[in-house]
Design a protein around this ligand. Structure first.
Ligand code: APR
Length: 323
C-alpha cells in the first residue's frame, strides 16, 4: 500500500483558485482538464463512474504540473462530494457514437446520465454554470436546464466553437495560411444540418467567397458538416476529443476571466433568429455571468431558411427527450 501525501492545510482543490468540475473523465474530459491545468486558471475535479480511472488520470496530470509550471490541483473521484463549491461544471459524461450512428441515437442512454450528473452537481454547487458537451448536444443542454431549473444564462452547450474550428482548419489547410487569419462562423444545431455562414467568414478580413472558388468552398462546407463523423469512422471505437476539449477550455476560460468573448455556442433561444424554446447554435457572449448575450447576425433569406431547417431538426430531437 502506497502511503498518501495529504495537501497542506487550506491548500486542497479550490483552496485559492476557481474550481471547475469535469464530469466524465474519458477522452474529452481528461483532455479538457489538461488544457485547463496548463492555463493555471482553476483547480479541477474529475468525476467518472469507472473505478480508479479519474484518480489515476488526475494523479498523472498532477505529475505533469511541475514540468508545465502550473500550480493547478487536480483531484479524481467516483463521487460528487469533492465537487462542492464548483464555479463551473463541465459535463462530458455519456456514451459516444460508433461508426454509422448519428448523435441523436445516443439520446436514451445519455439522458439518464445527464439527469443524474446535473442533479448531483447542483446539490453541491448550487451557483455553478453548466457547460454541456454530451450528445445529442442541443437536447442534452435543454435537459440540463430543465432538470436543474436554471436560468438560461447558466447553461451553455459546446458545439459552435468546434464546428467553426473545423471549418477554419480546413480553410487554413486549403489556402496555406495561418489558422489565426481564418475566421469562420458555424451556427445551427450540432449535426449534419448545421449552418456554416460562408458570407460572414473571411481570411484576414477578405471574404471567403472572394478567395475560394465556389466548388472548393462547397467541399469545405460539406467536410465541416461531416467533420465529427469523419473522425468517428477513422477512430472506429471513439469520437473526436482534442478539438472538443480545446473548445470547452476556451469557454471555461472566457467565463472565469470574464472576457465577454463572442463565440458560437448552443444557447436557449427566446425569439432570437425567430426561434423560441430550444437550444440552438448562435453567437453568444461569455463572461462571468455565463451566457451574457446572444448576438443576432443580419441573415439573408437563404441563410434564414437553412437556420429554420436546422431548428426544425433540433426541435424534433428535443421532442424525443424523455418526459
Ligand atoms: N457519471 C460519470 N461519468 C460517466 C457516466 C456517469 N453516469 N456515464 C459514463 N461516464 C463516463 C464514461 O465512463 C467515460 O469515461 O463518461 C466518459 C465518456 O468518455 P469517452 O467514452 O472517452 O467519450 P468522449 O470522447 O470523452 O466523449 C464525451 O461527447 O461525443 C460526446 O456524447 C458523447 O458523451 C460523449 C461525450
Amino acid at each position: 500500500m502506497i502511503e498518501e501525501i495529504k495537501p497542506a492545510e487550506g491548500d486542497g482543490v479550490g483552496g485559492s483558485m476557481a474550481k471547475v468540475t469535469i464530469i466524465g473523465a474519458g477522452q474529452t474530459g481528461a483532455t479538457t482538464a489538461q488544457w485547463l491545468a496548463e492555463r493555471e486558471i482553476a483547480d479541477l475535479v474529475l468525476v467518472d463512474i469507472v473505478e480508479d480511472m479519474p484518480q489515476g488520470k488526475s494523479l498523472d496530470l498532477m505529475q505533469a504540473m511541475p514540468v508545465l509550471i502550473s500550480d493547478a490541483k487536480i483531484l479524481g473521484t467516483n463521487g460528487y462530494e469533492e465537487t462542492a463549491g464548483s464555479d463551473i461544471v463541465v459535463i462530458t459524461a455519456g456514451v459516444t457514437r460508433k461508426p454509422g450512428m448519428s448523435r441523436d441515437d445516443l439520446m436514451q442512454t445519455n439522458s439518464k446520465i445527464m439527469t443524474h450528473a446535473v442533479q448531483e452537481s447542483l446539490k453541491r454547487s448550487p451557483d455553478a454554470i453548466l457547460i454541456i458537451l454530451t450528445n445529442p448536444l442541443d437536447a442534452m443542454s435543454q435537459l440540463a436546464m430543465k432538470v436543474g431549473q436554471l436560468p438560461r444564462e447558466r447553461v451553455i452547450g459546446q458545439a459552435g466553437i468546434l464546428d467553426s474550428a473545423r471549418m477554419r482548419a480546413f480553410v487554413a489547410m486549403e489556402l496555406g495560411v495561418s489558422v489565426q487569419n481564418v475566421n469562420c462562423y458555424v451556427l445551427g444545431g450540432h449535426g449534419d444540418s448545421m449552418v456554416p455562414l460562408v458570407r460572414h467568414s473571411n481570411v484576414a478580413g477578405v471574404p471567403l467567397m472572394d478567395i475560394l472558388p465556389a466548388k472548393r468552398l462547397q467541399a469545405i462546407v460539406e467536410r465541416t458538416r461531416k467533420g465529427g463523423g469523419e473522425i468517428v469512422s477513422l477512430l472506429k471505437t471513439a469520437s473526436a476529443s482534442y478539438a472538443p476539449a480545446a473548445a470547452l477550455a476556451q469557454m471555461v476560460e472566457a467565463i472565469l476571466r470574464d472576457r465577454h468573448l463572442i463565440v458560437p455556442a448552443s444557447a436557449y433561444l427566446q425569439g432570437e433568429y425567430g426561434i423560441s424554446g430550444i437550444f440552438f447554435g448562435v453567437p453568444v457572449q461569455l463572461g462571468k455571468g455565463g451566457m451574457e448575450r446572444i448576438i443576432e447576425y443580419d441573415l439573408n433569406e437563404e441563410e434564414l431558411e437553412a437556420v429554420r431547417k436546422s431548428a426544425a431538426h433540433v426541435r424534433k430531437t428535443i421532442e424525443g427527450l424523455p418526459a
